[in-house]
Design a protein around this ligand. Structure first.
Ligand SMILES: Nc1nc2c(c(=O)[nH]1)N[C@H]1C(S)=C(S)[C@@H](COP(=O)(O)O)O[C@H]1N2
Ligand SMILES: [Mo]
Length: 436
């Protein structure tokens, strides 16, 4: 006899409360397998995105992440080829994360009774540790999903930078996932072996009965008659995932699929004409006025520590050799402008003009008045790539004010945030400096 204080309180804490006959080790196992394949893809592309965002420049020019030295152990110099590299990475990261949301929710539903398991500590130290790691995993997964979704939907209102919180959350997630996979994989395999997928996909609610309680505490001790089959649950989940795919993927795929991307704020086509592609921040938002980019606008080229090397007017820039690059802008938020035809001056030519042909890095600053992303640092390989331009024109026309008139950076394979608009100054740094 258990002492009375160990008896669960009424309601969801009593196993008999949970009666769905489809809940059980098989359904949980199938959903787990989908997440086991999907989550690592989303996590890896997320960590890779961080490497792209931070090109490993020391000195903290753009990256202010505290503790970067420790968590940044895997960072590598982000390449400039293939030009669609970041487009693909971020499309997979964001779209993959969104598509997995319905699978995650169904999986959480399938294990919901365990949230109410009694006693909450599990009754032993080992159980308590397992439950704590589970709580951490669920919390980290929710945190990554909520911060990610609010960020791409422009509702982001969390204290602290998205970039840091989502990265740290990612590490917590990865650690908790590793423990979970280690502990649960045998159970997942056993659960899936209990039933044949093919047979389940042919079984409707009439033929659906619960798995035996002895098999797992996920199965209900006192099952109700089935109102949905396992096939129905998996079908609804799959249909939700596919719907999510259809209403978001167009924001990165582009073309006609863009019309379907109703859940993507930067997904839809906008107007027509050479500049009619997605805009992130407008000139108005950045506080860039027509006066600031009028005839007096100049580009300043500096060498760090040595001051101004050159000043170039708009017509000076147009008089330099003009080059063309067909490149997309691919935002960290997962959307892309698709390939546009940019033309302007090579960053390598500007570096040479500044006497900085083999610069280690360059800090590109804009006319933006405050706010984030008004400047960005680029690494040597990005300066030197022949497709890396200070663009003056796009698709045969002058840049529009919102796309960065008079001049903006465009670098192959770089995350959108490095393609600084309304450029006013470029400071070349000749050597790698020590951390400040
Ligand atoms: N000065 C400045 N440049 C900027 C930004 C910004 O906010 N300010 N946003 C960046 C981001 S995050 C992206 S995705 C691209 C978007 O370029 P677009 O608005 O021309 O599509 O511009 C980049 N350049
Ligand atoms: Mo972006």
């Amino acid at each position: 006899m258990k002492p009375p204080w160990l008896a669960p309180p009424p309601g969801p804490f009593r196993p008999g409360f949970w009666r769905s006959p489809v809940r059980g080790p098989w359904l949980t196992g199938v959903l787990s397998l989908v997440l086991l394949v999907g989550f690592p893809v989303v996590a890896i592309t997320g960590f890779v995105s961080y490497a792209a965002y931070n090109p490993g420049l020391s000195g903290g020019w753009t990256d202010l992440t505290p503790g970067k030295g420790f968590l940044g152990f895997y960072l590598f110099r982000w390449p400039t080829r293939p030009p669609w590299l970041y487009w693909l990475n971020q499309g997979v990261h964001v779209t993959g994360g969104l598509v997995l949301i319905p699978v995650l929710l169904t999986k959480l539903w399938s294990v919901l009774p365990r949230l109410f398991a009694w006693p909450p500590t599990g009754g032993s130290v080992a159980k308590a540790a397992e439950r704590a790691s589970l709580l951490l995993l669920v919390a980290a997964t929710m945190f990554e999903t909520v911060t990610g979704v609010t960020n791409i939907q422009y509702w982001y209102a969390w204290p602290g930078s998205f970039y840091q919180l989502h990265l740290y959350g990612g590490w917590v997630f990865l650690a908790a996932l590793a423990v979970h996979v280690g502990v649960k994989t045998p159970g997942m395999v056993r659960g899936m072996r209990r039933r044949s997928l093919r047979r389940e996909l042919r079984t409707g609610p009439d033929g659906t009965s619960a798995e035996p309680r002895e098999a797992s505490d996920l199965a209900p001790p006192n099952p109700a008659p089935a109102t949905i089959s396992r096939r129905g649950v998996l079908g609804l989940t799959a249909a939700s995932g596919v719907t999510m795919l259809v209403v978001t993927a167009g924001q990165s795929l582009g073309g006609w699929t863009r019309h379907l991307a109703v859940l993507a704020p930067r997904g839809r086509p906008r107007g027509d004409g050479p500049n009619a592609f997605q805009i992130n921040k407008t000139a108005e938002y950045a506080g860039v006025t027509p006066k600031m980019v009028g005839p007096d606008w100049e580009l300043e080229l500096d060498r760090l520590g040595e001051g101004v090397a050159r000043r170039l007017s708009y017509s000076d820039l147009l008089a330099l050799p003009q080059h063309t690059a067909e490149l997309p802008i691919a935002c960290v938020e997962g959307w892309s402008t698709g390939v546009q035809r940019w033309s302007g001056v090579r960053l390598a030519d500007l570096a040479r003009l500044a006497g900085a042909a083999d610069a280690y890095s360059v800090l590109v600053e804009s006319l933006q008045q405050g706010g984030a992303f008004g400047s960005a640092a680029l690494a040597r390989n990005q300066i030197r790539d022949p497709l890396a331009l200070l663009a003056l024109r796009v698709n045969g026309a002058e840049l529009s004010p919102d796309h960065g008139y008079p001049a903006r950076v465009i670098v192959p394979a770089a995350p959108g945030v490095h393609n600084t608009k309304w450029v006013s100054r470029m400071t070349f740094r000749m050597q790698e400096l020590d951390e400040p």
